[in-house]
Design a binder for this molecule. Structure first.
Ligand code: ADP
Length: 379
C-alpha cells in the first residue's frame, strides 16, 4: 500500500510517501513558513506537496493518508479513520496541545476537501500509553483537576515506543505479549517507557512532554514549587517560566548546548559544564530505568532509540555504567560500532540484554494505517 504520512504543524508540513510492502520512501518533503509570504495557508502548502508527489510518484497514486497527531486525550487508544466528527474531536483536545492539535486539524480538513476519496487515518502519539493503570496516570492532586480539567499523565512518543517494542521482542525471540522492557527514546525530546507484556504501563512524560528525563532544552522533572515561588517572587512571569522550562533548560540550560556530539567532545576535553550536563542527564535516566525495572516486574531488555540513543555510544556507556546493580554490562566493541540495524550491545553475561533499535515514526505510522484499513476491508 502506498501511504502518505503527514505531520502538519502550525507553520510547517512534513510528508513522506511510503510503500508499506518494501518500506521504501518514494517521496518526502518539508514545507516551512506556512502563513508567510507565498505560502498563505495549509491549502497552499498542500498544493506544493501535490506537485512534489506528482514528480516523485509519477503514475502511482497515494492509497491512504496517515496523520501524526500529538494528542489523542483519553478518547483515542488506537489509530482511527478520520471523518469530520473525528477532526472536531481532535480540535476539542486543543487545550491539551495548543501548538499541535489545531494545526493537525487544519491539515486534515484541507486534505479531506482536496482528496475526498482517499481514506485518512489519525495516529496518536498518546495512544500507546492508554494502557497505563490509573495509579500510574493519576497525579496526587485534587480529584477535580482530573475530572474537570483533564490533568493526568498522558505520555508521548507512543508510536515510537510501540514500534521499538515490537522490533526488540522480535530480535530477542520473545512473544511480544509476554515481553517486559524499558524503552528509552532519547532525541531532542526524550522519554522512557515501562513495557509489560508488550504494553505501556508507565512513561516519563506526563500531562505535557515536559516531565521526566533531562532533554535538549526541557528540564524534565523539577520540584513544582520552584515554578510557583519564582513566579510569586516576581523573578519571572508565567510565560517566561514556560519558556525557561521548555526552551532554556535541559542540556542547554546546564551547558549552553543541546547538541550531544559537541557535549561529548567538550566533556572529553575537560569542560566541566558539559560533563555536568551529561552526568545529570544520565543519572536521571538511570533512576527511571531502576524504577521501571521494578514497574514491569523485571525487564527482559533495556532498549535505546532515537537520535541520541541510536548514535551516541558515549551516552549509552555513561548510562549503563551506572546500572551495575541491575547486572547490566555492555560489550564495548559492539557498543561503539555504528550500524543502522537493530542490535544487541550488551555482553553475553549481562543480566539484561541492552539493545539499540532505530526508530522510524513514519514507517510505523504507515504500517498502522495499512493495518487499520486492511482490517476494515476484511470485516
Ligand atoms: P527529535 O526527533 O526529537 O528532534 P532526534 O531523534 O533527531 O530528535 O535526536 C536529536 C538528538 O540526537 C540531538 O541531541 C543530536 O545531538 C543527537 N544526535 C544525532 N546524531 C548524533 C550522533 N551521530 N552522535 C551523537 N548524537 C547525535
Amino acid at each position: 500500500m502506498l501511504v502518505l504520512v503527514i505531520n502538519s504543524g502550525s507553520s510547517s508540513l512534513k510528508f513522506q510517501a511510503i510503500d508499506t510492502a518494501s518500506g521504501d520512501v518514494l517521496s518526502k518533503g518539508l514545507i516551512e513558513q506556512i502563513g508567510e509570504g507565498p505560502i498563505a495557508d495549509h491549502g497552499a502548502a498542500i498544493v506544493i506537496m501535490e506537485d512534489q508527489l506528482h514528480k516523485d510518484l509519477g503514475e502511482r497514486e497515494v492509497q491512504a493518508v496517515g496523520h501524526r497527531v500529538v494528542h489523542g486525550g483519553e478518547r483515542f487508544s488506537q489509530p482511527v479513520r478520520i471523518d469530520y466528527e473525528i477532526v472536531r474531536a481532535i480540535e476539542r483536545l486543543s487545550p491539551l496541545a495548543p501548538l499541535h492539535n489545531p494545526a493537525h486539524a487544519l491539515g486534515m480538513r484541507e486534505l479531506m476537501e482536496r482528496w475526498p476519496d482517499t481514506p485518512q487515518v489519525a495516529v496518536f502519539d498518546t495512544s500507546f500509553h492508554r494502557t497505563l493503570p490509573e495509579y500510574a496516570w493519576r497525579y496526587a492532586l485534587p480529584d477535580y483537576l482530573y475530572k474537570e480539567h483533564g490533568v493526568r499523565r498522558y505520555g508521548f512518543h507512543g508510536t515510537s515506543h510501540d514500534y521499538v517494542t515490537g522490533i526488540a521482542a522480535e530480535l530477542l525471540g520473545h512473544d511480544r505479549n509476554q515481553f517486559n522492557a524499558v524503552i528509552a527514546h532519547l532525541g531532542n525530546g526524550a522519554s522512557v517507557t515501562a513495557v509489560k507484556n508488550g504494553r505501556s504501563v508507565d512513561t516519563s512524560m506526563g500531562y505535557t512532554p515536559l516531565e521526566g528525563l533531562v532533554m535538549g532544552t526541557r528540564s524534565g522533572d523539577v520540584d513544582p514549587s520552584i515554578i510557583t515561588q519564582l513566579i510569586v517572587r516576581g523573578i519571572c512571569s508565567a510565560e517566561e517560566m514556560d519558556s525557561i522550562l521548555n526552551k532554556q533548560s535541559g542540556l542547554k540550560g546546564l551547558s549552553g548546548s543541546n547538541d550531544m556530539r559537541s557535549l561529548v567532545e567538550r566533556a572529553a576535553e575537560g569542560d566541566d559544564a558539559a560533563e555536568l550536563a551529561l552526568s545529570v542527564a544520565a543519572y536521571r535516566l538511570q533512576k527511571y530505568v531502576g524504577a521501571y525495572h521494578v514497574a514491569v516486574g523485571g525487564a527482559q531488555a533495556l532498549v535505546f532509540t532515537a537520535g541520541i540513543g541510536e548514535n551516541s555510544w558515549q551516552f549509552r556507556e555513561r548510562v549503563c555504567s551506572g546500572l551495575g546493580a541491575l547486572g547490566v554490562k555492555l560489550d564495548m566493541p559492539t557498543n561503539v560500532t555504528r550500524s543502522s540495524e537493530p542490535r544487541v550491545i550488551s555482553a553475553l553475561d549481562s543480566a539484561i540484554p541492552v539493545l539499540v533499535v532505530p526508530t522510524n515514526e513514519e514507517e510505523a505510522i504507515a504500517g498502522l494505517v495499512k493495518e487499520l484499513l486492511n482490517g476494515n476491508a476484511e470485516a
